[in-house]
Design a protein around this ligand. Structure first.
Ligand SMILES: Nc1ncnc2c1ncn2[C@@H]1O[C@H](COP(=O)(O)OP(=O)(O)O)[C@@H](O)[C@H]1O
Ligand SMILES: [Mg+2]
Length: 365
C-alpha cells in the first residue's frame, strides 16, 4: 500500500525523477523523466547512466551534473542546461541532484529535472526583442544627433550674420537715434540664439565614455586653481574644501567628469551672492558604489525648481542658457549613475552624484 502511494505520487508530479545507485545504474524513472529523456522503462531501468548518456558534446552540461554527483559526490542545486533527447528533441531543463538516503547511508543519487523549454524560449525571445529595441533606439538617437547637428550648423551662420549686421548698422546710427535700442535688442537675441545653438552642439557631441581608473582625490584637488581663478574673476573669496576618503578610485571618463565638475561648480560660484562663500566636495564609498557630494553656501536652489533643474534650457539666470545640468545628467547617466540636486536646510545647495560600484569593464554595453 505504502509503495503504491509513493509510486503514485512520483508519477503524478510534473518533474522528471530518476534514481541512480552507487554504480551509476538507473533504478527508477518516473513517466515525465522517461518522456523528456526519450527512453521507455525497459530501456532505462537496470542500465548504467554512462551507457545511455555517453559524453557527447550536445549533452555535456547535463551529463556533467550527473557525473559530478555520481563520481565526485558534488551535488547541483538548480542549474539550467540544454538537453537533446534520444528522439532528437531539444529541451531546456532545470536540474537538481540530491543524495538518496537509505538507513542513514547514501545509497544513490536522485536527479530531478523540469522542462523549462517554453520559459527559456520566452526569455530568449524577450532578450532578442530588447536587443532589437536597444539597437533601434541607438540608431534613432544617432540619426537625431545627426539631424540636430546639421540644423544647429545651418542656424549658426544666419544667426551670426543677423548679429553682425545689427552691430554694423549700429555703428552707422547716431547715439541718440531711437533705432539703436531695436538694433541692440536684435544683437542681444542673435547672441543668445548663437549661444543656445553652440551649447546644444556641445551637448550632442558628448562622445561615448572612455573609462579610466581615476584617483578621485587628486582629480578633485586639481579643480582648486580653476575655482580660485573664476572666484577672482567674480571678485569673490571662495573657500574650497575637499573631504575624500583615502585612495577612492572610480572608473570614469576624466574628460567628461571635468565637464561635470565645471558645470556644478560654476553654478555654485554663481549662486554665492556675498563676496565670501564656501564650496565643499565630499567623496565616500558605500556598498552600492561611490557618492560624490558638492555643497555650496549660495542662495540655495528654489524648491520649486529642483525637479526642473536638469531640463534642457531651464534657467533662472538672465545671461545663461540652462544646458549645464542637462549635460551633466547625460554624462552621469552614461556612467550608469544618478544625480540629484536639493536645497540645503540652512544655507545653499547640495548636488549628490551616485556612481555604481560595478567595474564597467565587467559589463559590456
Ligand atoms: N548651486 C546652485 N544653487 C542655486 N541654484 C542652482 C544651483 N545649481 C543649479 N541651480 C538652478 O538650476 C538651474 C539650471 O542650472 P544649469 O542647467 O546649470 O543652467 P544655467 O546655469 O545655465 O542656468 C539654474 O538656472 C539654477 O536656477
Ligand atoms: Mg549652469
Amino acid at each position: 500500500m505504502k509503495k503504491t502511494l509513493v509510486d503514485y505520487l512520483l508519477q503524478s508530479i510534473r518533474s522528471g525523477i530518476v534514481a541512480l545507485n552507487h554504480q551509476g545504474m538507473i533504478v527508477y524513472a518516473n513517466d515525465p523523466a522517461m518522456k523528456i529523456l526519450g527512453f521507455d522503462e525497459e530501456q532505462l531501468c537496470g542500465r548504467s547512466w554512462g551507457e545511455l548518456f555517453p559524453m557527447t558534446e550536445k549533452n555535456s552540461e547535463f551529463n556533467k551534473i550527473i557525473a559530478d554527483a555520481t563520481e565526485n559526490e558534488k551535488l547541483t542545486i538548480h542549474r539550467e542546461v540544454s538537453y537533446v533527447s534520444a528522439m532528437y528533441q531539444l529541451y531546456h531543463l532545470s536540474v537538481t541532484t540530491s543524495f538518496l538516503h537509505e538507513k542513514k547511508t547514501i545509497s544513490g543519487i536522485i536527479v530531478q529535472f523540469d522542462d523549462i523549454t517554453e520559459l527559456a524560449d520566452l526569455r530568449r525571445r524577450e532578450r532578442l526583442i530588447n536587443e532589437e529595441r536597444q539597437r533601434l533606439s541607438l540608431e534613432m538617437v544617432d540619426s537625431m544627433k545627426q539631424i540636430s547637428l546639421s540644423v544647429a550648423h545651418v542656424i549658426l551662420n544666419p544667426v551670426a550674420s543677423i548679429g553682425g549686421f545689427a552691430r554694423l548698422i549700429m555703428k552707422r546710427v547716431e547715439e541718440n537715434n531711437p533705432l539703436r535700442e531695436f538694433l541692440e535688442n536684435i544683437d542681444e537675441c542673435a547672441l543668445r540664439l548663437e549661444n543656445i545653438v553652440k551649447s546644444f552642439k556641445e551637448y550632442t557631441s558628448i562622445k561615448t565614455v572612455n573609462y579610466e581608473i581615476i584617483n578621485l582625490s587628486s582629480f578633485i584637488e586639481c579643480i582648486r586653481p580653476k575655482v580660485e581663478l573664476i572666484a577672482n574673476k567674480f571678485e569673490k573669496e571662495i573657500h574650497y574644501h575637499v573631504d575624500i576618503e583615502n585612495h577612492v578610485t572610480a572608473y570614469i571618463d576624466p574628460v567628461l567628469f571635468t565637464i561635470v565638475f565645471d558645470e556644478i561648480i560654476m553654478n555654485s560660484i554663481e549662486s554665492i551672492e556675498d563676496s565670501l562663500g564656501e564650496i565643499e566636495i565630499a567623496v565616500y564609498k558605500t556598498v552600492c558604489g561611490i557618492i560624490i557630494e558638492i555643497k555650496d553656501t549660495g542662495f540655495g536652489i528654489d524648491i520649486r525648481h529642483v525637479c526642473r533643474a536638469f531640463d534642457p534650457f531651464f534657467t533662472t539666470k538672465t545671461s545663461n542658457n540652462g544646458i549645464g545640468l542637462f549635460k551633466v545628467k547625460k554624462i552621469i547617466a552614461e556612467h550608469r549613475g544618478t544625480i540629484t540636486i536639493q536645497r540645503r536646510e540652512v544655507v545653499g545647495t547640495k548636488v549628490v552624484i551616485h556612481l555604481p560600484a560595478n567595474d564597467p569593464a565587467v559589463y559590456s554595453y
